[in-house]
Design a protein around this ligand. Sequence first.
Ligand code: ADE
Length: 244
Amino acid sequence: GAFTARVLTLFPGMFPGPLGDSLTGKALSDGLWRLEALDIREFARNKHRTVDDTPAGGGPGMVLKPDVVGEAIDAAMADATGDRARWPLLYLSPRGRVFDQAMARRLAGAQGVTLLCGRFEGVDQRVLDARGVEEVSIGDYVLTGGELAAMVILDAVLRLRPGVLGNEASTAEESFSRGLLEHPQYTRPQVWEGREIPEVLLSGHHARIAEWRHAQAERLTKERRPDLWRAWVNATQPDPAGEA
Ligand code: ADE
């Protein structure tokens, strides 16, 4: 069935944004996924529709109120029968666990996801604790709000859903999903500004090409991402039992 992306935001007009173009946009209009951008302000009950208040203890900025966000989450997590949806509930925040391809695969296996986007100084901690919200970061930098982070996560998840990639290329065979960076790519002309396409790629020897690409993926990973390289070596050449 279709994957549901339910987004809680103060700026529903930001969606689908870039997700409405290209492969994710085609998939959206083909009904492969559904987008529900819900305005957090709709869940504010007072006449001024207040969603935030000053931080307890003082300090700059504003904090999203737990009563408003609690109501928004409860609405966003209810399924058609009123039961709680059995899919992940994420809050985008630089304090969260850093998003990676394994998380993308887990989310792509669910029926949907609810993404809570904060603004200002964030959301009252009590509502995150009370609703069992999972905090997720897209990296060690600070955005003005969670919306762009939600779009990044949705893009990474949607491309793993069946039918979203036009050419049906297997995402299981991507070298990144095996833990290495991708090998370099080339296309015609055969010589450009005096630089040639590596000869092996023009040889037609599929086994040698695969070998060359794998060696390049290893080289790039070793050079650029020692963290990924160490993890890959540990996973593919585990220490023999009993050795240090
Ligand atoms: N909101 C603000 N910065 C963020 C980040 N780096 N990741 C996720 N959500 C955020």
